[in-house]
Write a protein that binds this ligand. Structure first.
Ligand SMILES: [Zn+2]
Length: 230
């Protein structure tokens, strides 16, 4: 059977997220955008580089995540005593001090969920480059979206900065490599979210739905949330 795995669905009907107008989405050329004719909302955009740039950002973010979790976040000096800790070290300390729920949440949202998200994204972006992208890419992409929702390093960074300001008068506080790495990680995750086009990835595995629509309904032909990404 001859299939063109890169073929986009040519009669995709979507609803405009701005005004709910149902319309057929034309093929969007690389670097182009499709806008709603009624309200001007961006319905779809096609990055010039849908897989290479997100993959580079994912790998860079994965390395930064390792650095952020293995180097001291900050060091604290007061009345001759000095201490420093990592993100997971802080979570472990909370666990031993009788706050297991908070410790588990911190470890999950700042280390485990981002690690799972980046591992899944790297796997998806490498697998989708194969001439016939494997159908399981769709399952991994769904898992990546779930893990992304729980990946909250920005909340932790905000908490750290508030704590830093509050204790700056009581002790000498020095930001460590981990803090700068966490900041860099946030920038890389934001850049990854902007550069990644899930529509292009779903289009690469659309062949699975063409072969067996009963087995792979819906998501192979359209994004999982049914709305185009701006
Ligand atoms: Zn509209």
């Amino acid at each position: 059977m001859l299939l063109n795995p890169a073929r986009r669905p040519n009669s995709e009907v979507i609803a405009c997220p701005g005004c709910d107008l149902l319309q057929r989405l034309p093929p969007v050329p690389p670097g182009g955008r499709a806008r709603c004719p009624r309200c001007g909302e961006v319905l779809a955009s096609s990055p010039r580089d849908p897989f290479d740039r997100p993959l580079a950002l994912s790998l860079a973010a994965a390395i930064t995540l390792v650095v952020a979790n293995t180097t001291p976040l900050m060091s604290l000096s007061a009345v001759g005593r000095h201490a420093d800790t990592t993100i997971l070290g802080g979570a472990l300390m909370m666990w031993t001090q009788g706050q297991p729920l908070t410790a588990a949440l911190v470890a999950f949202c700042t280390a485990l969920a981002p690690a799972a998200y980046l591992a899944l994204m790297c796997t998806v972006l490498i697998a989708v480059r194969r001439p016939l992208a494997p159908a399981w890419v769709g399952q991994l992409l769904r898992l990546a979206e779930h893990s992304h929702a729980w990946s909250l390093p920005e909340v932790m960074l905000l908490g750290i900065l508030v704590a830093l300001v509050k204790i700056a008068d009581l002790a000498t506080v020095e930001a460590g490599i981990g803090l700068y790495s966490t900041g860099t990680l946030l920038v890389l995750l934001a850049a990854l979210a902007v550069s990644f086009d899930p529509r292009a990835t779903w289009a690469r595995i659309a062949w699975a739905a063409e072969i067996d629509p009963q087995r792979s309904p819906g998501p192979s032909a359209q994004p999982p949330d049914g709305t185009p990404s701006p």
